[in-house]
Design a protein around this ligand. Structure first.
Ligand code: CO8
Length: 258
């Protein structure tokens, strides 16, 4: 299927979604956010997809929500339409792993989109920021909540209150991104990581994602119990038998997602 604002390729069990509004540094307009939610839902339901990668261009992952589209909105417009509620909820429902491969600007909604993915691989050119305060608004797609959990209160406040950007080295140092790679090999490295994930049992990868995400939602004690029960349930899968047998027989496991 062709999209107006995205380029989507599915190959070797990886859905590579490229944000594609180069004329606006991939500013997230309603068309793009609608298409993104549709593509993510389709990828989650597609047996030919075991991992999703979202990326942008070399210059910009995404420079935020589309300011031209937002400029004339009233409170009533934003509230009635539940502005950005659609993508915010949609991405939470995706059960397959999602990697954000970020080069260049990831600002405002762009930073928030990257943080809503399961982990971020950054090019050494990446710049993260929540500059909404310069526009007379605040983050609206998780920035104040997710950035604070990633980097702690002090740095999150600094980012939200001064509107400054953080470069890739700082983002790695403070745990916002999982790794930094040279810009020219960003997609290659993201696809390598995605390929590693596609080689696992999908049911186990989904359970791992669910367990990690639960740590954001609950107390430590409840989270530990949730993890342990999920861990117990893994013993009902054929892939647990296969994974452990393969280790003992010194061979590569053949997972069947069962
Ligand atoms: N919205 C609309 N258009 C944009 C945006 C944007 N966020 N960012 C860049 N563009 C456009 C520019 O207007 C310009 O278009 P034109 O050529 O027609 O004038 C084109 O992209 C190229 O941009 P620049 O000429 O500005 O490029 P520079 O290299 O000089 O600067 C910057 C790059 C620093 C990234 C600069 O473009 C910039 O500051 N952009 C705005 C960044 C920003 O403030 N982002 C936050 C937006 S608000 C937001 O994200 C709210 C989040 C709420 C939830 C979001 C859910 C998805």
């Amino acid at each position: 299927m062709a999209y107006e604002t995205l380029i989507v390729e599915i190959e070797d069990y990886i859905a590579l979604i490229k944000l594609n509004r180069p004329e606006a540094l991939n500013a997230l307009n309603s068309k793009m956010l609608g298409e993104l939610a549709t593509v993510l839902q389709a990828a989650d339901a597609n047996d030919k997809v075991r991992c999703i990668v979202i990326t942008g261009s070399e210059k910009a992952f995404a420079a935020g929500a589309d300011i031209k589209e937002m400029a004339e909105q009233s409170f009533v417009d934003a509230y009635t339409a539940n502005l950005f509620g659609g993508i915010s909820d949609a991405i939470l429902e995706i059960r397959k792993p999602i990697i954000a491969a970020v080069s260049g600007y990831a600002l405002g909604g762009g930073c928030e989109l990257a943080m809503a993915c399961d982990f971020i691989i950054a090019a050494d050119t990446a710049k993260f920021g929540q500059p909404e305060i310069n526009l007379g608004v605040i983050a609206g797609f998780g920035g104040s909540q997710r950035l604070t959990r990633f980097v702690g209160k002090s740095k999150s406040m600094d980012m939200h209150l001064t509107g400054r950007n953080m470069d890739a080295a700082e983002a790695e140092r403070c745990g916002l991104v999982s790794r930094v790679v040279p810009a020219k090999s960003l997609i290659e490295e993201a696809m390598k990581a995605a390929t590693k994930i596609t080689e696992k049992s999908l049911i186990t990868a989904m359970a791992a994602k669910e367990a990690v995400n639960r740590s954001y939602e609950t107390t430590l004690r409840e989270g530990l119990l949730f993890e342990r029960r999920l861990f117990h349930s893994m013993f009902a899968t054929e892939d647990q038998k296969e994974g452990m047998a393969a280790f003992l027989e010194k061979r590569t496991p053949q997972f069947r997602d069962r």
